[in-house]
Design a protein around this ligand. Structure first.
Ligand SMILES: Cc1cc2nc3c(=O)[nH]c(=O)nc-3n(C[C@H](O)[C@H](O)[C@H](O)COP(=O)(O)OP(=O)(O)OC[C@H]3O[C@@H](n4cnc5c(N)ncnc54)[C@H](O)[C@@H]3O)c2cc1C
Length: 452
């Protein structure tokens, strides 16, 4: 297989070196790594077409890889498979600043794209919090990534105008066009967005952009309880306030951050907010926010001079990871209607109290997204099972409240079982769609749904 691949696309793009293969055996999840048979660095769309045609003929599984920062195992390959790495495809192909649009290869890294766009005062908003310095556009499209600014600007799916993709037989397709508004035909773009490399491989993406706002203001608040903070958020969103970012951190998250970096933050439930616009808009919004916060018993939280709330927020996952040596994270990324936020955070705290385990809650709560990260020791069977049980209960509650298993990280392997239950009614249709685009089931097999 290695020799054939080298003949087809060039020897410098293919390896079976054991150490290199090990480096692509896992993503950022805590699942079991799987070392593939080969790694291919695609450099052009033609490389991808060639490799997929070969894999189709030989029935070899293919797993796409951007930066491998996914959190639910969607980037873990199969032992007999090939990893198709997109990190060399990082060119900006076309730029239309006057239309606020850009066409890029899938391996472009989020922060690097925004660095490029800055010169025209433009940006691509859905910054994936702690991974914006590594996450690729292909990975973001494939997981429909969202970020701190998704409250105001939406998620990745809201920015994809065109997709160039190779299906599971090696055929290239172009979906969409550069019109921002359209009402023509089936929305094939949305089918691929969030499909975690199971339906097609993305070779180019045309994105809509936003202008960098005229002004911005960052404010922080502290609350006596998590429920008060959550109630304030529900109220702000109900009020229709024009907020760019609404990030929630519970007292355990703040404690973990203090331990990591000695931030000196008061260890209580907190909100970090950002507002965008000209000065009068900032003032007006800030005033209403302050009134709502006061009504919920909250107070302004003054960060030490020079402390950037988003720099602090960036370290949340690492802080939790390092809080207790020997413990591992059991995570989720549930989403639900915004009015249910107080009930959800209260439920997470109840489960923490009852179990005695540390459950950290935080997230882009303005869009009804919450992460609950439970710390447990793998080698302590009872504790590990309890952690898993807590996780399942939180997810089940979110679904019962009209929400979903994953609002952000995707299904991959980690959430597959629960997803099959959540989407029972649609599984057959999903399998039929997969069959059309990937008739031999070679694209990231075993992720999201299993074959019938
Ligand atoms: C500390 C930390 C914080 C994070 N914060 C956020 C956050 O705030 N918001 C958020 O949404 N996510 C977050 N994530 C998760 C992750 O960073 C995002 O899902 C990101 O979009 C993945 O990008 P990637 O390039 O690493 O993709 P990968 O992990 O390489 O791939 C993700 C999925 O996309 C598929 N894929 C990749 N490239 C292609 C392609 N060209 N064509 C087809 N399929 C492809 C892969 O097969 C896989 O299924 C975080 C992760 C970490 C580690």
């Amino acid at each position: 297989m290695i020799d054939q691949l080298r003949k087809l696309i060039g020897s410098d793009k293919v390896t079976d070196h054991p150490t290199t293969l090990e480096s692509v055996a896992i993503d950022e999840s805590a699942l079991t790594p799987v070392t593939p048979r080969a790694l291919v660095w695609a450099e052009t769309a033609a490389d991808i077409e060639t490799v997929v045609k070969f894999a189709y003929e030989e029935e070899i599984p293919l797993t796409a890889r951007g930066a491998g920062s996914a959190l639910e195992g969607s980037t873990i390959p199969l032992a007999e498979g090939i990893v198709l790495d997109f990190s060399r495809m990082k060119r900006v192909l076309e730029f239309w600043p006057e239309d606020l649009q850009v066409r890029v290869e899938p391996g472009v890294v989020y922060d690097q794209l925004n660095e490029f766009l800055k010169r025209e005062s433009l940006f691509f908003p859905p910054a994936p919090g702690g991974s914006s310095d590594v996450a690729t556009i292909g990975g973001m499209v494939s997981t429909n990534a969202s970020g701190i600014y998704s409250v105001k600007y939406g998620c990745t799916k809201d920015y994809v105008l065109q997709l160039e993709v190779v299906d599971g037989t090696g055929r290239l397709h172009r979906f969409g066009n550069r019109a921002v508004k359209r009402s023509s035909g089936y929305n094939l773009i949305d089918l691929v967005v969030g499909s975690e490399g199971t339906l097609a491989l993305i070779t180019a993406v045309t994105l809509r952009l936003q202008g960098i706002p005229e002004g911005n203001r960052r404010i922080a608040f502290k609350f006596k309880s998590e429920t008060d903070a959550a109630a304030a958020v529900s109220e702000m969103m109900r009020y229709g306030l024009d907020l760019a970012a609404v990030e929630y951190l519970d007292r355990d998250v703040i404690a973990a951050l203090n331990l990591l970096n000695d931030y000196g933050l008061e260890e209580t439930a907190s909100l970090f907010l950002e507002i965008h616009g000209p000065a009068p808009v900032l003032d007006a919004n800030q005033q209403v926010v302050a009134e709502i916060v006061t009504d919920q018993g909250g107070e302004p939280l003054t960060l030490t001079s020079g402390q950037n709330p988003w720099e602090i927020r960036h370290h949340v996952t690492d802080a939790i990871k390092l809080r207790r040596p020997g413990y591992s994270i059991i995570r989720n990324d549930v989403a639900f209607p915004i009015s249910k936020l107080p009930e959800m955070v209260e439920y997470c705290r109840l489960l923490a109290r009852e179990s005695g385990l540390l459950v950290h809650t935080f997230g882009h709560v303005g869009i009804g997204l919450l992460h609950a990260l439970t710390l447990a020791r793998r080698q302590n069977k009872v504790e590990w099972q309890l952690g898993g049980e807590i996780n399942r209960k939180i997810i089940a509650r979110a679904v019962a409240l009209g929400g979903t298993i994953s609002g952000e990280h995707g299904i991959g392997l980690g959430h597959k079982e629960m997803f099959q239950r959540e989407q029972e009614q649609s599984l057959e249709l999903m399998r039929s769609i997969k069959q059309v685009l990937d008739p031999r089931g070679i694209l990231n097999p075993g992720k999201i749904i299993d074959p019938a």
